[in-house]
Design a protein around this ligand. Sequence first.
Ligand SMILES: [Zn+2]
Length: 306
Amino acid sequence: MSTYRDFTAPIGSRRATALRTVGTRERRSLLTAPRVPTVGIDIGGTKVMAGVVDADGNILEKVRTETPDKSKSPKVVEDTIAELVLDLSDRHDVHAVGIGAAGWVDADRNRVLFAPHLSWRNEPLRDRLSGRLSVPVLVDNDANTAAWAEWRFGAGRGEDHLVMITLGTGIGGAILEDGQVKRGKYGVAGEFGHMQVVPGGHRCPCGNRGCWEQYSSGNALVREARELAAADSPVAYGIIEHVKGNVSDITGPMITELAREGDAMCIELLQDIGQWLGVGIANLAAALDPSWLSVGRPGSRPPTTC
Ligand SMILES: [Zn+2]
């Protein structure tokens, strides 16, 4: 696989040379300069999205690709990121790259300690990519980046105690005080999805039982629908017919769509998810006393706020 420099046209090479000659202070000033385009990367379990963003948070261009298979080496994902940055650099004068990764990022924001959907284990992503791209690279957990964007540009702009929940296949989260992400000792604070809400409840991939995300997430929705369908429950006849008996074909978006069409089981499953969401949010409110709480989807649409 080629590297960024292999791909880079003469313009990129000149920029790389220029960036290598500036000191740390000047590089920092590039990050805070008022009109410098940067690339934001979101690495999820199924897709990698990249967008060029200006200093006002406007997205100038977006590109996306499938996340390489999790069995492949971390370098394959790294190559994918480099290619996306290169592609955007052809059309924009990119000066820095920020990466939101669905995983645990260490307190130094260099290593991805663990990513459940990727093969990263203690991977020094920032150092590897900044070496290849020759521009400053920042790495953080995707919920932290979503929360900061919400605080900087979104509905929670300027809120001094902002809590963010990212609701997707699991539940991520972040805590911001005065625009600063609260990271905890090892950098992994905000893993709200693994708060235990049902002692002895459903097993979670984290190894524990009864985690919040086992009751209020896309995975929970699909698990419940498949269980009912597999048991040939009369309430599931609608969705069984929809997938022609192939229970494993049931997906979260399908359940949502059927609920919109009036399917009683799908409506009830979504109501259950909503109730459990309320339980967890009430616990977060009691523990963290936020001035603002946003619920968003990781790496996609703007969040809704409650
Ligand atoms: Zn868990």
